[in-house]
Design a protein around this ligand. Sequence first.
Ligand SMILES: *Cc1c(COP(=O)(O)O)cnc(C)c1O
Length: 386
Amino acid sequence: MERIPNAGPWVTDKEVAYVADAARNAWYTSANLYNDRFEEAFARYVGVRHAISVPHCTSAIHLALMTLGIGPGDEVIVPELTWIATAAPITQVGATTIFADVDPVTLCISADALAKCISPRTRAVIPVDLYGGMPDWEALRRVANQYGVTLIEDAAESIGSEYHGVKAGALGQIGVFSFHGSKTLTTGEGGMFVTDDSQLYERAQFLRDHGRSPSDRSLFNTEVACKYKMSAMQAAFGLAQLERIDELVGRKREMFSWYQEELGEIPGLTLNAEPDGVFNSLWMTNVMLDPGFGLTKDDIRPRFAENAIDYRPLFHPLSSLPAFEKRPEAAAARERNRVAYHLSPLGVNLPSSFRLTREHVARVGRVLREALAATGKLHEPAKAGG
Ligand SMILES: *Cc1c(COP(=O)(O)O)cnc(C)c1O
């Protein structure tokens, strides 16, 4: 049986040609050519003034926190259900991480939960556009504005998504993207920091090159900062991918439609949400199991393994991870964040790589139906013609 990978890129001759050109020519006075082109095209695509290419999204988040001057004594709020990269840089700058509950439909941070987490020490919140889906940005903005809290949008998984016509990445004061090999647009490893705010942009440019201005030629550093740059070869790869972004997002949505055909009519299974006004770029299809089945994501794992399907769970609540669990903020979160703790065991990410075929989706569908049928609680409605 051919193994079905969970995630992976779509690479064409265009990427290879751009990288080969960068390898030969992006040196001397042309050293920044591909980075400049990638950043300009990216900013235009997202609809913001500035973009800075960096080694990965984790560094973009670290850079965002440094740019905002966040450090010891400050608090930053993150959703419970996300990859640890959203939160890890908060610890790195010496600030305190506060874990907020999520909305049961979008699985993204909820505005009510955010409001409950705000204290006089809160400096920023990092909402995550989970799997390409969108939180209620309007409500989040209302809360953030009321308390003077900065919004950093973690758009690592959501390039191409839109909220009421605004592209993912442009919804906060700063947006960050990941181009990890698993993401919709990849550069192998890579990331982008975007902002519409020229002051934040200037400060980030200064901090990401060892505390000196981008025009410095005298090796004269005025602060200790960091070194976060992307190579020209990666930028060339990213530019080629960006020129194909509609095709990439279109394929993600097509794959999701296959899952809808396969699973959409099974009562008790819920796929990714796309509320009114949202365009979901669907980086990763996620299925939620109704608790009535008595199944959890752990029960699906061996069935996927037997059928050569890569297993990937919905994120565990961050406050439950050994990395955070001993902190008092994590203990408080475990008491408070009911929705995340209820839903996390019930979610399974379904294979969403660019190698996915309709036949793969049929196999995933069959295995899931078998798992549900084994509970004796599956009553599939008769399909027309089926
Ligand atoms: C992938 C991802 C990141 C981290 O991206 P890297 O480029 O690997 O640093 C951050 N946040 C979310 C939500 C992600 O999915």
